[in-house]
Design a protein around this ligand. Sequence first.
Ligand code: IVH
Length: 724
Amino acid sequence: MTVQLPPVDPALVEAASTLDIDAATARHKELAAAVDRANVLYHAEDAPELSDAEYDQLFRELVALETAYPELTTDDSPTQRVGGAPSGEVFSEVRHRRPMLSLSNAFSHDELRAFDARVRRGLGLAAAPEPATELRYVAELKIDGLAITLRYERGRFVQGATRGDGTTGEDVTANLRTISAVPAKLNESVTADVRGEVFMPKSEFARINAEREEAGLALYANPRNSGAGSLRQKDPAVTASRLLSIWVYQLLEEGDGSIDSQSSALERLATLGLPANAQYEAGLDIEGVIGFTERWREERHKLPYETDGVVVKVDRFDQQDRLGMVSRAPRWAIAYKFPPEQVETTLEDIVPYVGRTGTLTPVAHLTPVKVAGSTVARATLHNLDEVRRKDLRIGDRVILQKAGDVIPEVVRPLVEKRSGTERSFEMPDACPVCGTKVVQDEGAVRVYCPNAACPARLSQEFGHFVGRGGMDIEGAGWAVLSQLLERGLVKSRADFFRLSVEDLEGLDRFARKSAENLHGRIARARVGRPLARVLNGLGMPQVGESTAIDLARWLAMRVRSDDYPPPSGDNVPDPWFAAIDAELRRIATEEPETLTEVEGIGPLVAAAIGRYFADPATGNVLRELVEVGVVPERPDVPPPGAAVEAGPLAGKSVVVTGTLEGFARQEAEDAIRAAGGKPAGSVSKKTDYVVAGESAGSKLAKAQELGVPILDEAGFRRLLAGDG
Ligand code: IVH
C-alpha cells in the first residue's frame, strides 16, 4: 500500500477547534496511537484490522487536529513520518570490510586542473599541458543520495549497510531487499562488496510531496532527505511503499583481481546484472573531464534523478594505489560540484523584520519563482550593508540562487534591466511594529528597536523562553502566548509563574480543566530545568545554547552548590539561584571582562551582557525568576582542584572544524567536555588539537601553519577513548 494521505477537511478542522486544548491533546494521543497500530498491523504483520476508509478517517481527523492545534504536531506524530513506522530507529551495526571513504570537493574548473596537477606530481608525470598518455580519467555523475554497501556472497545478496561513520554502518538489509533495482542474485556466483548510492527519483519525490501538501503536512526539502528517511525505516514495508532506486559505482571483488581499472569495473558491474549508471565517460584528460561537467550542468535537469556534480577518478587501479589517500579521502578522485542553479525574478519589496533581540533584518519579497526544486518568495538580505554592497533596489530584476542548494540568496541586481523607477531601500527611523525610534550603535552594522517591550520582540522572546531550549512549558504555544500578551497577563518572564488558573481559564478555548492542566505544567517547569536552559531562555545578546552551557558551568564553579541549602519550601527563592543571579549581575555590571573566561564569550559579547544587566528593563529578569520560586537544576561540576586531572583530554583545548560524520557540532563539543577538555572556537598557538572533518577550511589551514596536531574523526574517537 502506498499511504495515500487524505486532504485536510475544513469541517473536521472546525470540529477540532471546538475542543479545548486538553481534550484535543487527549484525542490526538488516541488517534496517533491508533494510526501507529494500524501501520504496524498493515506493514509489518500483514494483518490489517481497519479498512482503508477507516484508516483514512482516523488520519484525516489527526491532520485536522494538528491544523487546529499546530502545537500538537510533534516530530514523532504519524503525520510527520515517511510512512508510519516509529522514528528514531536503531539498526544493528555492520563493520565495513574496507572503510567507506569520502571525497574532497572541487567547485571550479581551475580546482579540477589543480587536482590534475596534484595527480601528475604524485605519479611523477610531466606537468600539463604536456600530454600524459598513461593518465586517463573516468568521469561519472555524482548521484545525490545515500551511500550504501551491498555484500554478495556466491552471487547472493546477503547484507547491506549505510556508510555510517565510514568504518561502521547500519544494517539495512531488509530495506534494501525491497528495492527492485537491487538484484537478489547476480549473473555469476561471485563474492564482492558493491558500493553505490540509493536515491529517490524526482517523480516519486514530487508524488510524495504532492500528497503531503494536500494533507497540509510539512514538505520534504529534497529527494535526498526523503530518500534517506525512507531507507532508514524500521519497517521494510514502509521502505517498499516508497519507490527507491540505486546506482552502483564501486566493485570490490574477491578473487583473481582481473579487474584493473574503474572503467572495467563499471562494465563488470553491468555484466553481473548490477545497476551501474551508463552516463559515464572514460579515457578523458582533464580538459575532457571539464567538457563532461559543462555538458551535464544543463543536461542533468532532464534526468529522472538528482545529480549534484561529477566524480572524477583516475582510471587505472595501480595508479590509484600509488596515489593513496589523505585523511579520509583518496588522492585519486575528486567530486566536482555543479554551481548552484540561478534564476531571474523581481525584487518586489524590501521589508524590515523585527527579530527577538530587536534587530531589524531587511527581507527580500520576491515574485515567487522555482529554484533548485522549490518555490522561493522570501530571502533574507541580512543587513543594510549587504543591501548597499549589492546595490539592490526595490523593483529590480535580480538573480536568485540557493546557497548550498538550501538557503535562498539574492546574488545581484540586473542593472542593465533597470527602467529608472527602482527605489533604494532605507532602514526606517522607527520600529515598524511599535514605532520606537531605532538605534544603530557606533561602528555597528546592526539597526535595532531598543524598546524591550516591543510586541514583536516580546512575543519572540517569550516564545523562546517557554520553548524547548528554555523552560520547556508544553502547551504554551503561539495561540496561548499571543493571548497572554494581548491581555496584558504576561509582561515579563516571571509573570508566567504568577498566572492563576482563573487567568488561564479566561483564554479562548480554555475550560477549567485545561486551565488547571496548563497551570500544572507551568508549576512543573518551575523546578528542575537545567540552569543552562534558564540562562538560554533569557535571550541575552549572542548567548545561545552552547554559550549558555559554558556560562552555567562557569557560574557553578564559582558559586558552589554545596555552600547553599535547598529552598525551604515551594515557591520560595532558591538560595543558590539567588547567589548565581547576584554573582552574574555583579560581574556583568562591574567587571564584564571577567566573562571572557567563558568559552565562546569574547570582549564584545561580554560588554553586551554587561549592558543587558545594566539595563533596568532586562537586568532584573533573573532576580524576578528567583523571586517567583524558579529552582534550576544545579550543573554537575568537578569539585574544586579536581578540574584539570579528570579525563583523557584534561586541560586540552580542542577545535573542531568541518563536518564530522558521526557527531553533530554540539555532540563533538559535549564529548570534548565530557573527556575533560575545552572546545574552542578558533585556532591559536594554545590549541592542543584540531579535529578536521569534511570541508574543513581556514581553521585547518591555520592549524597546519602553526603546526598544531590535526586529527581526523577516527583519531578524534581514539583520543576521546583515551588511546591517543
Ligand atoms: S566514488 C572512494 N562515485 O558522493 C570513492 N561516489 O561526496 C568513493 N557519490 O561518498 C566514492 N556518486 O557517497 C563515487 N559516481 C560516484 C558517486 C559517489 C555519488 C557519493 C558517495 C561519496 C560522496 C562524496
